[in-house]
Design a protein around this ligand. Structure first.
Ligand SMILES: [Zn+2]
Length: 696
């Protein structure tokens, strides 16, 4: 009912504005970037409604065609359909993450059910599926080329996986399950947001309780308290930039326990925001969905599309890594226990002690102080460094352009050119946090690389980060973590910039457990001594980073890797265990988690990186049965980089050309492993990853 009223109201309200809505026509800006200076929040809803309408009529034109279905009259127009809807969606969903406001959030909640219904309508469009199936059934006898066969197979599988082959009654059931799932995910996320931002506060009123905390952290806590109406006190919250320094530095052990308990009990407090029943429902419905679609469980349904292929393969992979990393984590624990004992602690370390003693161990073992490093990592130098690495590998150049419209004054734009000077694409860089931006860092696009009317469509890529901003005369000085993150996102950007391919369904389209390889591999270059000397220069004096500091960076790369790996693996195993349950999947989350973690051999001093009731990746994000993908891709990136190193030249032009061609540009042309092997000549080995993390 609401769906219809929303449509009608906006349709009449925006009747007049439609003519000037910038989404309704192709952009007339240079390089066809979004005309941000002409977009009003009010344009989105009208453009969405019109976009869905246009998409529907494009599909009707395909299904009404009385000619025998062919690649040219069915697959091709379907692959190119929904262009206007894509145009508005790309800008809108980028803005709800990078530069949102109340109006956009409310449009988002109106549009989500409309868009999911639109998608189900397409997937369950019997006339459309019949045409696709006819082409699919004859794909090997017809004259279409290999890429076209692949696109046909991909579309056929998409429809099948979304229920196109089911009887009407089962399709209705599936629609209901999808609808329920989408609402439960939103509820899970809303509850978590309230639990993180509202339901827990650590207000400190005694200065002594701040013992150990760095000055900057204390100032930020005082400012937060004042904003919260507690002037003269100090406020700590469960947001990572507040929580982590407290766990790392606060001497008061009871308070560390208090804040960490606040963190790990989120969604499990028996209050109105409790997520236990919600996640049980999600697990049950997903198992049902998998069964409807003919899979043994939801993990099998998801992983069927990935490089790993089966839950059993992921299981074996995770367990192998767990066996390698648990002893290292235990060793880290015993080293920390020694420090606590030497200080006369007289207690056994608990989960809330890990960050505090790890920090002490860090100082003791590596003598590395972030403050010493930061002057060498000004944002400008790091950015130029990553551009230079891409230049050395691929010959491309980056030129700042100032005449393109941007959505915020802090955003910079660059034109990317090939070695021969021809245009490759546009890159947007958005560095600093602001209240309108989500946390974390990511890379997206406003226009994917593609192909239209016999011509290449150039990509418009965007990288969004939340880095330490500049203060006064001092430029933004990045932490080592932020430096790696910038290189990481830049790796995604290069993947997007280099992508080639004539069809939307396959160009750059890689499995979920491949996606993080092109990004993670760039982190390797960032940390190479030879590369550090190229870009890590003191922001005041221009002095190149001293060897002594480079050595410390190299050594401390191994620091705490047992813990980091184990907490990540524990969460991945928990994710997989939930989604391996066959229907009817009835779970009691607390008991389920306990059993799963005991089976994995997890020690009580380490909790899974995400516990069930706040595991947003899998219960409100897109990572269900897929949290493992980061470390799966890490095997690939470590192996690929090792190949460069073994060749004796980390900028080996031959390998770079192969990597660009097979792993980036043509990444969607074939299965992930096949593309990887075209570059590498063999399957990846797990050894380089184990060595990099000090696990072997
Ligand atoms: Zn990434």
């Amino acid at each position: 009912m609401t769906v219809i009223s929303v449509t009608l109201i906006t349709a009449c309200k925006n009747e007049k504005k439609m003519k000037e809505n910038p989404f309704l026509t192709e952009y007339s800006t240079p390089y066809q970037v979004p005309p941000f200076d002409q977009i009003d929040s009010t344009d989105y809803l009208a453009a969405f409604i019109e976009g869905i309408k246009q998409h529907d009529s494009e599909i009707t034109a395909i299904t009404d065609n009385s000619a025998e279905p062919t690649f040219e009259n069915t697959i091709l127009p379907f692959d190119k359909s929904g262009k206007m809807l894509t145009r508005v969606s790309k800008v809108f969903f980028n803005m709800t993450e990078a530069n949102t406001n109340d109006q956009l959030q409310s449009i988002a909640s109106k549009m989500s059910p409309l868009l999911s219904k639109h998608n189900d309508d397409i997937s369950m469009n019997a006339k459309l599926f019949t045409r696709i199936k006819a082409i699919y059934d004859k794909r090997n006898e017809s004259s279409i080329d290999t890429q076209q066969v692949r696109v046909v197979e991909k579309y056929y599988r998409d429809f099948e996986r979304r229920g196109a082959n089911l009887a009407k009654e089962q399709q209705d059931q599936l629609r209901k399950v999808n609808e329920e799932l989408s609402m439960l995910s939103i509820k899970f996320g809303d509850n978590l947001l309230a639990e993180t931002n509202k339901n827990f506060k650590l207000v400190i009123d005694k200065k002594a309780d701040l013992d150990g905390l760095p000055e900057g952290v204390i100032t930020a806590a005082a400012e937060a308290a004042e904003k919260d109406g507690n002037k003269g006190k100090w406020l700590f919250t469960l947001a990572k930039p507040s929580l982590i320094p407290f766990l790392q530095y606060a001497k008061n052990r009871e308070l560390r326990e208090k804040i960490y308990r606040g963190y790990f009990m989120r969604g499990n407090n028996g209050n109105a925001n409790d997520n236990k029943a919600i996640l049980s429902d999600i697990v049950r419905l997903r198992a049902e969905k998998a069964k409807l679609l003919g899979f043994e469980n939801y993990a099998a349904y998801v992983i069927d599309e990935n490089m790993a292929k089966t839950p059993a393969a992921v299981d074996a992979f995770l367990n192998k890594l767990m066996v390698a990393s648990l002893p290292v984590a235990k060793e880290e624990l015993s080293e920390m226990q020694k420090i606590a004992d030497a200080e006369g602690g007289n207690f056994k370390l608990q989960s809330w002690d890990w960050w505090y003693y790890a920090e002490k161990l860090h100082k003791q073992k590596y003598d590395l102080d972030e403050k010493e490093l930061k002057p060498y990592f000004s944002l400008g130098n790091v950015r130029n460094g990553m551009f230079a690495v891409a230049g050395k590998l691929y010959g491309i150049t980056f030129t700042k352009v100032t005449n393109l419209p941007v959505y915020h004054k802090d955003v910079e734009t660059f034109e990317v050119k090939e070695a021969d000077g021809s245009h490759l694409g546009i890159l947007y860089l958005d560095y600093y946090p602001r209240p309108s931006k989500s946390g974390g860092a990511w890379c997206t696009d406003f226009q994917s690389a593609g192909w239209e009317n016999g011509k290449k469509v150039d990509p418009v890529i965007s990288m969004v980060c939340n880095f330490t901003p500049p203060t006064g005369d001092i430029p933004a000085l990045l932490t080592w973590d932020e430096t790696s993150t910038l290189f990481h996102e830049f790796g995604h950007a290069l993947h997007g910039l280099f992508t080639l391919g004539k069809y939307n369904r396959s160009a750059g389209n890689v499995p979920q457990d491949y996606v993080e390889m092109p990004s993670q591999i760039m982190e390797n270059w960032a940390a190479e001594p030879r590369v550090l000397k190229m870009y890590a220069k003191h922001y005041k004096t221009g002095e190149v980073i001293p060897d002594k500091l480079i050595e410390k960076i190299e050594k401390s790369g191994l620091f705490n890797q047992g813990f980091v790996t184990v907490e990540y693996l524990a969460a991945s195993i928990l994710d997989l265990d939930y989604h391996k349950l066959p229907a009817p999947a009835i779970v009691e989350p607390v008991a389920f988690e306990k059993k799963a973690m005991a089976k994995a051999g997890l020690i009580p001093e380490i909790l899974p990186r995400y516990r069930s009731t706040y595991f947003a990746h899998i219960f409100s994000g897109g990572y269900a049965a897929g949290y493992y993908v980061y470390i799966w891709a890490a095997v690939l990136d470590a192996d690929a980089f090792d190949y460069f190193k073994q060749s004796g030249n980390i900028f080996n032009p031959e390998l770079a050309a192969k990597f660009r061609k097979y792993c980036l540009a043509e990444s969607g042309d074939d299965e992930g492993m096949i593309q990887y092997k075209k570059f590498r000549g063999q399957e990846p080995s797990m050894d380089p990853l184990l060595k990099r993390r000090g696990l072997k």
